[in-house]
Ligand binder design. Structure first.
Ligand code: CA
Length: 213
């Protein structure tokens, strides 16, 4: 089960800038590190956290739309180097690959098709539209396993964010952290990552060994 942003696409710097600008428009200034620390949440959950539940519940559709617009105005986020090789290595082992993301951003979901359409089981994909709570709750990964018809001991989660690692770990899965961002490795390990790599290339080189263990 592959996460999308920061795993399949090098999109997190753009998300961080788009969130920061959206919140600045609301008079709220906070460092981009706060975005990375909360990566994986749905748009609604992020807005409720940043602005408080009462205001977030009311205003999240407008603010999420604005955040998506800022994101889409930026140059296209490239596919993460090594990600295609990593997904392909999983498929070459005879293992199914699906996407489990907190995102509801249509532009990015469409780009999965464009870049990885031949490698993923699209009908099993989990997005913001499929969940109530979202990461860090185990819900998205539990739903991914339910769709794929597998148990936690048959599933592996690939995540770059602390809250995503927490969700995968809480779902009972083996969690591979790939630290493609600015946070320290310790934050991913503290959330229950079973193994950590620093790039998707490194994952691509090691994934068949992990799957065969
Ligand atoms: Ca991510």
């Amino acid at each position: 089960m592959f996460d999308m942003d920061g795993v399949l696409f090098d999109s997190m710097p753009r998300h961080a800038k788009a969130w920061r600008q959206t919140m600045l428009d609301e008079g709220l200034d906070f460092p981009e590190s706060r975005i990375y620390e909360n990566e994986g949440r749905t748009g609604k959950s992020s807005i409720c956290l940043f602005l408080g539940v009462e205001r977030g519940e009311k205003e999240w559709p407008r603010l999420y739309e604005r955040k998506c617009r800022y994101f889409e105005e930026m140059p296209e986020a490239p596919a993460m180097p090594g990600a295609r090789e990593a997904v392909k290595a999983v498929r070459d082992c005879g293992v199914t690959a699906i996407v489990v993301t907190g995102s509801g951003q249509k532009l990015m979901l469409d780009r999965i098709d464009e870049h990885y359409g031949d490698l993923f089981r699209k009908e099993w994909m989990i997005t913001a539209a499929d969940v109530v709570k979202g990461k860090p709750d185990p819900e998205p990964y539990l739903k991914g396993m339910e769709k794929a018809g597998v148990t936690p001991d048959e599933a592996i989660v690939i995540e770059n964010a602390p809250l995503g690692v927490r969700a995968g770990h809480a779902a009972g899965c083996y969690v591979v952290a790939v630290n493609t961002g600015p946070l320290p490795d310790e934050m991913l390990l503290a959330e229950g990552a079973d193994i950590l790599f620093h790039s998707m290339q490194e994952l691509a080189q090691n994934i068949s060994r992990i799957l065969n263990e």
